[in-house]
Structure formats: C-alpha cells, structure tokens
Design a protein around this ligand. Structure first.
Ligand code: 8IG
Length: 276
C-alpha cells in the first residue's frame, strides 16, 4: 500500500506511522505540544528559536505537498526551555484544507499525527475574516467556540463526542492572563475556496459568528476526539465580505499575517511553558 492509500483506508494507522517516522528522524521520542501554523503565521515560529529538526511534510506517511501560498509544508521540532524543563514542540508549517478536494483525512492527519507523537495540547492558528465589526485587521482573537457550515466531520460511526469545552477554557484563561487585550470569538467554518457573499456574512453574523475561515474546525474536533486539549487562535487579516465595501484578496491576508507574526510568536513562546 502507498502512504496515501494507508491514509484513506486506516487514518489512525497512518498517523501512528507518521508519528514513529517523526520520532525516528528527529531523535525526539515524544513531543508535548503541537502548533499548526496557518496562512500568515509561518513567521511567528521564529520566536520559538532555532528548530532542532526539520523535514518536508510530504516525506512523512500521509502528508501531501503544500497547495497554498504562505504554507510551506515543513514539519519542525523545537525545544522550548523553561528553567531546567525542556518542552518539545512539534510544528507544522501549513495545513491541508477541505477546499483542496482531497477529502477530510488529509485535513486532520497533522493533528492526529501530533497526538500519536505524544502531544497533549494542540495549538491551531489561522488567518480569517472578521465578521464582528469591532475587530480590526491584524488583531488576534481566541476561538471560544465554533459553528460548522461544511456539514462534514472528521469522525465516522457512532462516536458521539462532547464538544462543550472543545476550545479549552483553561488555556484561554492562560492566554488572557498573558495578554489582557485578547478578545474571544465564535469561528465559523466555511468550505471555500470562494470567500463568502455579503449575504452569507450577514447570515453568519445573525447565527452568532465573529470570525470566518476555511480551516481549524475539523482539526479541533479530531484532536479533541483523541483526548488532546485544543487552543485556536485566529488572526483577523481582512474584514469579511460586505463589511467595508472593499473586495477581498489573498495578498492582503499574507501582508497582514507578516505584519503581526512576530508579536504572535512572542505571545506563543511566552505562554507555552504556562500551558504545558
Ligand atoms: I484569511 O473572509 C481569510 N480566510 N471563509 N472568509 C473565509 N475565509 C477566510 C477569510 C474570509 N479571510
């Protein structure tokens, strides 16, 4: 069987194999925390120091080459020192999205691999549109809860997983103690690849959403279902459709991400030792 066939026929086995390959190649038997760096967040990892290991994700079982600009498709290991304690962070630079049309398995393979690699906490970052008109471009927002509009789940069968504390209250409160200006919001998952129409954004706001994006929700569910604690952070990189009257473009997203990356990275570097 090819690596892709294993992913689709037995995703948890693919994740177990991928975790073993990362342990073997990096020399780090278990990792403590995983970070998935979305569009615009890649520069934030510089604040974690120099990686002790890096490889191309596509060289590991079940991973595909990157499909989006701003997503480099690397897997790295970092050592974060906290006194005499050493925290091992597994970092995915980029992710697979539902709109790529490869189905759900590649979308959640990274977080499943991270859990199999030992990670108890999964930090999911993304760039998103701001539906809440109080948000400004370049502002990070903690995901408090989500609304799924894709009608797709990474889980199959009679797995009735509770999602009442999907985005860990414990971790959100650590983040807010570290930066009291952090806001929380409800993230709505839109399949894409088109952005929304202004009418769809109006609908989402009416439903109670503050942020809109094309990722994170399946990964949060898959990680939680395997017992990991989840933090989701969105960087608002554009006002959602119809909010300002301007059109949306991907370049704006990349630029806003670049501008905010270093302060986001410092926040993560500072809070990870408190979270783990
Ligand atoms: I960045 O406005 C980014 N990702 N669905 N809508 C959706 N995804 C996004 C948006 C947006 N901005």
């Amino acid at each position: 069987m090819t690596s892709t066939e294993i992913l689709y026929s037995d995703p948890l086995k693919a994740a177990t194999l991928a975790a073993a390959e990362i342990a073997q190649a990096s020399g780090i038997a278990t990792h403590d925390v995983a970070l998935v760096m979305g569009s615009g967040w890649v520069g934030a990892v510089d604040a974690l120091g120099t990686p002790t290991f890096e490889c191309n994700a596509e060289d590991i079982t079940g991973f595909f080459p990157p499909a989006v600009e701003g997503h480099s498709g690397k897997v790295r290991s970092y050592e974060i020192k906290d006194g005499d304690r050493s925290i091992r962070a597994l970092v995915f630079l980029g992710r697979t999205h539902l709109y790529e049309g490869k189905g759900m398995e590649p979308v959640v393979h990274g977080v499943r691999t991270a859990v199999k690699a030992g990670c108890k906490v999964i930090i999911l970052t993304n760039a998103c549109g701001g539906i809440n008109t109080a948000y400004r471009v370049g502002q990070p927002v903690l995901i408090r809860d989500h609304i799924s509009l894709t009608a797709q789940s990474p889980l199959v069968g009679a797995t009735f997983v509770d999602l009442t504390d999907l985005y860990s209250k414990r971790i959100r409160s650590i983040m807010k103690s570290a930066d009291s200006s952090l806001q929380e919001g409800v993230y709505v998952h839109w399949r894409g690849p088109t952005y929304e129409t202004p009418a769809e954004i109006h609908m989402m706001r009416t439903l109670g959403a503050d942020l809109v994006g094309m990722s994170t929700v399946p990964e949060a569910i898959a990680a939680h279902a395997l017992g990991a604690e989840v933090l989701g952070i969105s960087l608002v990189t554009n006002a959602a459709a119809g909010v300002t009257g301007e059109k949306l473009n991907h370049e704006e997203v990349i630029a806003a991400g670049k501008a905010a990356a270093s302060s986001m990275g410092e926040l993560l570097a500072k809070t990870i030792p408190q979270i783990i």
